[in-house]
Design a protein around this ligand. Sequence first.
Ligand code: LMR
Length: 394
Amino acid sequence: MFEALSEQPADKILALVAAYKADPREAKIDLGVGVYRNADGQTPVMRAVKTAEKRLWEVEASKSYVGLAGDPGFADVMVDLILGDAVPRNQIAAAATPGGTGAVRQAFDLALMAKRDVRIFVSDPTWPNHLSILKHMQIETIPYRYFDAETRGVDFEGMMADLSVAKAGDVVLLHGCCHNPTGANLNLSQWQEVSALLQKTGATAMVDIAYQGFGDGLEEDAQGVRLLARDLPEMLIAASCSKNFGIYRERTGLLMCLSSDAERHSVNQGALAFLNRQNYSFPPDHGSRLVTMVLQDPNLRADWTHELEEVRSGMLSLREQLARELKTLSGSDRFGFLAQHRGMFSRIGATPSQVDALREDHGVYMVGDSRMNIAGLNAQTVPVLAQAIVTVGV
Ligand code: LMR
């Protein structure tokens, strides 16, 4: 029967990881996959996570199942981290998922369960795996303008025009912060306008928030999602702990389904548990338990917040250094957007052949659409990259 299967296209981001590894050059620079790395190129276990892990090893007495929606304590701390007091807790159905991707997948599944012919509006561009999952699930996808290739900022007028045709029963997928792949983000007044438009059209918002704490700060990065949660009668939120807790391989995420209709709450909660059961039964527990321990213990939480802040400010300094170097080398301000973008990524606007030249001639690996991971740099490699960018003619 498997003769019917055809070769699947390689995931562009993950293929880059393999290509980088296979490159024998010493002086290569990996700006591909969205994994945080410190100045030594390491992705360390965060201190608070390590401490929690030690404690957990001491106290955990059973590995028996937890619950289909995961540990409710995990949902509580995550709801608090992401939404603060924007919405009463009893309006939020939530279930743990295997990573943020698991939450995204379950959200699409929930939307399908609610409406077989659901249409999902996605930013152009968006994280390529959003598109890949949607295609695999045969969900109709409608791109909306998002990135202005000239300014490397948000094409807000285009975005609003394209979203104005969304209707009740459609889902509008938004990135909560640190837009992947562009690095260009909405400001608060733009979030307000998006909220007003969604209220007018009746389309359902879905926010994917995978980089809280990597942009302007933990609270600041949640402003947009909190605003929507306050304003809209219902919405979906897919959250990841991979990046801000550095627990990528533990697969830790949460899907939330908000409804201001109290009667919907238990139906929604049941649907999330049901979908977990259908797709993988119980969600992983280890990572979510660590997150819960870190967030519930004031000392661990303070230490985690501090370390996350160092990560964030380190990336911001690299952005500023790169923008400065490029200003000097190019004699223009055209790379100023690098210091305005937030999060791990920036799309620098190189053509595919310039991206190829960066890789082949300079050992600089970035995704084909010219998305680069700022955390792949350090103070020594920034000038090397800047020179390469200018040499290939970006
Ligand atoms: C990325 O965009 O590089 C990350 O989210 C990792 C991934 O799974 O693609």
